[in-house]
Design a protein around this ligand. Sequence first.
Ligand code: F6R
Length: 610
Amino acid sequence: MCGIVGYIGKQQAPSILIDGLTKLEYRGYDSAGVAIFDGSDINVLKTKGRLSNLIKLVIEHPVSGTLGIGHTRWATHGAPSDINAHPHMSEDSEIAVVHNGIIENYMEIKEELLKSGWHFVSETDSEIIACIIDKYYKDGMSFEDAVFKAVARLEGSYALGIICKDCPEKLIAVRKGSPLVIGKGNGENFIASDIPAILNYTREVYFLEEDEIAVITEDSIAIYDKDRNAVNRDIYHVTWDIEAAEKSGYAHFMLKEIHEQPKIVRETILKRVPESGGIDLDNIKLGKEELDNIDRIYVVACGTAYYAGLIGKHLIEKICRIPVISEVASEFRYKDPILDERTLVIVVSQSGETADTLEALRISKRHGARVLAIVNAVGSSIAREADDVFYILAGPEIAVASTKAYSAQVAAMYILTCHIALTLGKMSEEEFEVIRAELYSLPSKIEVILNNKSVEKKLAAKYKDVRNVFFIGRGLDYLVSQEGSLKLKEIAYLHSEAYAAGELKHGPIAMIDENTLVVAIAAQEDLIEKTISNIKEVKARGANTIAIAMKGNTKIADVADDVIYIPRTMGILAPILANIPDQLFAYYMAINLGTDIDKPRNLAKSVTVE
Ligand code: F6R
């Protein structure tokens, strides 16, 4: 949600900033801008629309300079426009700021500044940051002092990059509630919202923690806490390559990431379920003693991560017989959940930066609950603040619509469930051996589905004019339906709903007619007869139907108009396979509809505001 990049050194800043912003465009893409210090003034170039508009602007109006900040925006306060785009400057162009997050008390500060004669040009909350820093600077404080004083007044969440015309030897970075990394170079330094933005230049990064401010020159990085005590931070060496964040010949990141799933699921499983035997949760403290002290589990997350969490809830309850409550994080944080030291809270997040999930984690910890985070982004806020982290090893996920992270999160849920069940004696070693063998076979089964993707492509062509879609299923199939429906909404902008198949006749069946497509997930074979009845009910009302079922299930072909077969597996492991056709179907529907698949309208990859 908004991407920030900053550079100080000897190279030309504009190209480094633009390069960084191209890696961050997934965080916001309704406007973009840069502020460059040219040796005497700060020049701002910014424009509404995609980064390509900014690139055009920079070519038409070349600026040079070795200090600069850049931003790609996902609008919160004020519509996407040239004026509302970042960087924002103080009135006399003394201070320039890029901001990711929301300033909750900006009206109060704005009114105060208006009374003292300040003028504002944008509708954003961010502009007041440049102005309040400038006010303190004009009152006689140093640039650094002015930033510390201004930041102490800001409420909300923010990552900031700040430069000052009179102090071109400094770039200041601030972090509260929104991520920021500092890249350490040789005679140059960088800031960015995410590592890929600076990975072409350095692999050595510092993660800025909550309420920290970094004062950066080309040769030094000094980090301070909010009381201005110097902080010693270990450097983190990035081991993955930039190629992992590039398209490698695929038309879209989403398609690339869909195709990475066999590899990722294999790696996630093999790391935790080694062929040498047992389950290796590494340093995660979830042994018999800890589990005996747990009465209840919460699974808390947002969006796709929440739907992966639902699979975990279902399996832990079914197999481990521990009550599990699932909550979307935005609800959890405001409902005074029942939490104590006998509660385990499992938070799930690809980015590790989702504001609501992070806050849910903090609330849980404040109430004494133990927090286990299932996270993809290494070193992210959620990973750092949780008591234990289960990394899913999916690598950078760039497409806004999450695909590979979901599969890896579901694999993590399988592993976690088996671990808890084995530890508590709810699963025998023999039962686990059967599951283990089946877990190992999942990656090649995903490959089979991907090799047959022409099926989903043809179906998307057949149903390209459909505008209303229902995803239905029972048990685990219903949980998969929810993720399938979300994918279609997100990237094809189609109205789609997920319904428990048995619930249809309690209302929504009234909407079914010959213009409706119903996708029935029917991989839970113990419930297949029931699902078949539900398919018949919607067909009788004119709906077109696609079923997703395990190979060999011929009965379903007599009922549904089209069937997508997935390889056979155990019912509890079917969600990871049954979801892949939904991903492919959504992808090809979006292709037919000509949407921007990797950057769907109104969405951002990392939702760092609530
Ligand atoms: C859906 C999607 C979102 C995210 C949600 C949580 O494709 O990407 O629904 O799943 O915003 O994000 P993370 O997992 O980063 O916490």
